[in-house]
Ligand binder design. Structure first.
Ligand SMILES: Nc1nc2c(c(=O)[nH]1)N[C@H]1C(S)=C(S)[C@@H](COP(=O)(O)OP(=O)(O)OC[C@H]3O[C@@H](n4cnc5c(=O)[nH]c(N)nc54)[C@H](O)[C@@H]3O)O[C@H]1N2
Ligand SMILES: Nc1nc2c(c(=O)[nH]1)N[C@H]1C(S)=C(S)[C@@H](COP(=O)(O)OP(=O)(O)OC[C@H]3O[C@@H](n4cnc5c(=O)[nH]c(N)nc54)[C@H](O)[C@@H]3O)O[C@H]1N2
Ligand SMILES: [Mo]
Length: 759
């Protein structure tokens, strides 16, 4: 067990929570990071081209860049800088490093230590029974992958995972290879992230993506930010929220935690604001209980409905409802029968605040709803998101300027990977195009998503695991079970930039194939190449690295995929893989031929600000069966907790990128030097006879099986009673693989029933 999550404590220190995000401290911390980890000079050079037209796309998050003017120094944010410093680090995990540390020793390192070992410089191979990874040539690595893949009884015994940093070009090549090889087993990080969004929005508005542009946020009367911590995870979003406020808009935030950036933001781009202390962003903070957003929104809708009945047409946008929606009658019938008191009790927010929020919504006609993982990782997430759409539909707040739904994506190209075909479900239109353009028969059966991949490995049905980026072991739920599955594989392969735990918990043999990062120059036969990415708002832009590669042996993701494909498929392929990666224009031509919206891709992607993909709901075209947007009726959440049980969410600290730990501080929340903590309501602590700093183990019990995460420290924190928060990935071993969101199969990382045991 220790090799999964080394359980040792540091010196937990609790400081005052910060009330303001960004500003000078953020600048100071990010420069400190650059100084510590990057080569002198490289730091400034990279920052200057970050998110500039013609520069590279920040690997930090999927928040869009302004279409028009960009700030002269860079659209800059603290955590974007950390993401870059992490990639452009001067440290190297070279063959010497792997010779010095056995697998057991690497397993004893924390995620923080593993990540800080630096960039991987050469392909590395772990032979059967070996204690150390050893360097291997690229061709020998490809040969091994090909041999293992080609000896499986069925292509469905192989799994091909994608993390959302892969470019459109790499992702398209990858899915093409996998489908020519013969399977749809293409799980991706989206399965754990915004899958619930894709499922819900496709069903009710006919597209699995958001409908807003950045301009809509600037123009909104009201922005509701739910289940999202932008101060840490999408810091540049705060500039958009600030613009909305300056234009007279208002902001409601809905969160079990009073997250720092949402309260006050000091824009580092604007020195005068820094001096004056910043902008108060949130007008109304609704401290909802975990997974009770549905009862909160239901209460608001009930209040609005009562007003609407008194004076029809004064609250709801009846014209929009009449012309563009279906399901209104059933929905209002449900509201008639709704018990307002029960909803108010359920969500844990006071009636006064709920009425105040309802009043603000009543008075606004242009509403934007932003959300992220706080809504998507629960058993009823698909319903919760549909409920949010109900709220927008009643106000006609979709498909007009200043309004719409804004699911804020995580990885910088997670949305694009899906657009170009990385999905365990092959859409009929794409199957048709692949067949026509490449003259082969793509597999018809749905493949495994993440959860089904873990189960397939656990049950011995899958034998080769291949990953294009990411850290599957640490990102997935049920860490111990996932580890068992990976260990049962014949071969585990990772295209990676840096060492992580998935390299250490391996199959009978393992390979690490080191790739170029977003920041690095990519020189191919026909010159320096660029790639492209789609941001959270459906804009596709080019990204071109500026730094010299971390090692001469690195290859681009596209080149590695082409090498694996050519070697594995041999004569069976209808694709000239080598030619495609001479010049990525060749790949983009093929994307243009297969994916709607990419016509004239090579031309449009060279426009400085990129191009928007088609989005029906933006023009009130809803691609559902009846062409309407749908009101839906869903049951409220129901977490009947037994005495001694808490509902746990797993969240990100200010010092991490998913499973990559930048540092041991959660500065905004005032939690320092330690990540194995449980944030807990003060009264709950007292009732449990605990004080801050006490050590506990956690357990979760589902369907008769108990899972553990050991050695945590409790910390008093302003969180609703009955709720606790821990950090991802330390608490992932508690998330049961057997419980997922209905409809999207997303793990329930934000609502796990747990118990605490004092040590
Ligand atoms: N610096 C940095 N940037 C990142 C990432 C990173 O790790 N580091 N990760 C990237 C990725 S892949 C993603 S998906 C995004 C994640 O971005 P977020 O979704 O902001 O990330 P989380 O830390 O999971 O935060 C979830 C938020 O939802 C709240 N929450 C939890 N449960 C509920 C609930 O039931 N209801 C409501 N209303 N709120 C709830 C939590 O208190 C927290 O504020 O960020 C991306 N950007
Ligand atoms: N309990 C819990 N679990 C969660 C979540 C949660 O909130 N709670 N969040 C979920 C979410 S939203 C997501 S998106 C997933 C994230 O799951 P993943 O995407 O699988 O995880 P990451 O930590 O982002 O992956 C980091 C690794 O990617 C590699 N890498 C970095 N840059 C590159 C690159 O340019 N190319 C390649 N090939 N590799 C690169 C590095 O080796 C690094 O170690 O985790 C999910 N898991
Ligand atoms: Mo994510």
């Amino acid at each position: 067990m220790s090799e999964l999550t080394p359980e040792r404590l540091h010196n937990l220190e609790i400081r005052e929570r910060q009330t303001k995000a960004a500003g000078l401290p953020a600048l100071k911390y990010s420069l400190k990071h650059v100084d510590e980890y990057m080569h002198y000079g490289a730091g400034l050079q990279t920052l200057a081209t970050l998110n500039q037209k013609g520069g590279f796309d920040c690997p930090g998050c999927a928040w869009p860049d302004p279409d028009d003017s960009r700030t002269p120094m860079a659209e800059y944010c603290e955590n974007g800088v950390k993401a870059i410093a992490e990639e452009a680090t001067k440290r190297r995990a070279d063959p010497d490093f792997f010779a010095r540390h056995s697998i057991t020793e690497l397993g004893d390192m924390t995620d923080f230590e593993l990540g800080k070992s630096g960039r991987i410089t050469q392909p590395m191979h772990l032979a059967p029974g070996a204690t150390h990874y050893q360097p291997v040539s690229w061709q020998a690595a490809f040969d091994l992958v090909a041999a293992e893949l080609n000896k499986l009884d069925s292509p469905d015994e192989a799994i091909f995972y994608t993390s959302g940093r892969a470019s459109n070009e790499a992702a398209f090549l990858y899915q093409l290879f996998v489908r020519q090889y013969g399977t749809n087993n293409l799980p991706d990080c989206s399965n754990m992230c915004h899958e619930s969004t894709g499922t819900a929005l496709s069903e009710v508005i006919g597209i699995g993506k958001g409908t807003t542009t950045l301009q809509d946020l600037h123009e909104a009367d009201l922005i509701i930010v739910m289940g999202q911590n932008p101060g840490t995870n999408h810091p540049r979003q705060l500039s958009a929220l600030e613009k909305c406020k300056e234009n007279g808009g208002r902001i409601i935030s809905v969160n079990p935690l009073p997250e720092t950036g949402l309260l006050t933001f000091v824009n580092p781009q604007r020195p005068l604001k820094v001096l004056s202390g910043g902008t108060d962003l949130t007008d109304i903070f609704l401290q909802v209980r975990i997974n009770e957003d549905m009862s909160l929104v239901r209460a608001i809708c009930k209040i609005l409905w009562e007003e609407e009945k008194k004076a029809p047409g004064t609250v709801f946008d009846q014209e929009f409802i009449e012309q563009y929606t279906a399901g209104y009658a059933a929905w209002t019938k449900m509201l008639e029968e709704t018990d307002l008191e029960a909803c108010i009790d359920g969500c844990g927010v006071s009636r006064e605040l709920i009425e105040e929020a309802a009043g603000l919504i009543h008075g606004s006609s242009k509403i934007v709803l932003c959300y992220a993982m706080g809504l998507t990782q629960h058993e009823n997430s698909v319903d919760v998101i549909k409920e949010m759409i109900n709220l927008l539909l009643l106000k006609g707040s979709i498909g007009k300027p200043g309004a719409g739904i804004c699911p804020v994506r995580g990885h910088s190209n997670v949305q694009g990977d899906r657009t170009v075909g990385v999905w365990e479900k092959l859409k009929p239109e794409l199957r048709e195009r692949l067949r026509a353009v490449f003259n082969f028969e793509p597999p018809t059966e749905d493949g495994y998503d993440v959860v089904n991949s873990v189960k397939a490995m656990g049950e011995g049905r899958a034998k080769v695991f291949f990953a294009l980026g990411g850290n599957f072991l640490s990102a997935t739920p049920d860490t111990v079970y996932t580890a068992k599955g990976l260990r049962q594989c014949n071969l585990t392969v990772h295209i990676s930039t840096k060492p992580n735990r998935s390299h250490v918990v391996h199959g009978r043999q393992a390979l690490i194939l080191p790739c170029l990062g977003r920041t690095e120059k990519d020189l191919r036969a026909e010159g320096e190449q660029f790639v492209s990415c789609e941001n959270s708002m459906g804009v596709v832009q080019m990204s071109k690295g500026v730094l010299e590669p971390a090692s001469e042996h690195l290859r681009s993701e596209c080149a590695i995929i082409a090498g694996v494909a050519k070697t594995t498929l041999g004569d069976r392929t209808t694709v000239d893989w080598a030619n495609l990666v001479r010049n990525y224009d060749n790949i983009r031509e093929l994307i243009a031929a297969c994916v709607p919206g990419f016509e004239r891709y090579n031309e449009k992607v060279r426009e400085p600000a990129g191009f928007y993909l088609p989005n029906g709901p933006r023009n009130r075209r809803f691609d559902t069966a009846d062409g309407k947007a749908h009101f839906t009726v869903s049951p409220l959440s129901n977490h009947a907790l037994a005495p001694g049980e808490y509902l746990m969410m797993t969240v990100r600290s200010h010092d991490q990128y998913n499973t990559t730990i930048y540092g041991m501080h959660d500065r905004y929340r005032g939690i320092h030097h330690e990540r194995r903590v449980v944030m807990m309501n003060e009264q709950d602590l007292a009732a449990a006879g605990l004080v801050t700093g006490d050590k506990v183990d956690l357990s979760s019990e589902y369907d008769g099986e108990t899972r553990y995460a050991r050695l945590f420290q409790v910390v008093a924190y302003p969180i609703p009673s009955g709720n606790i928060a821990t950090y991802f990935p330390e608490a992932n071993s508690l998330v049961p693989i057997t419980r997922t969101a209905r409809g999207s199969n997303t793990p329930i990382s934000k609502s796990v029933r747990v118990r605490l045991h004092k040590r």
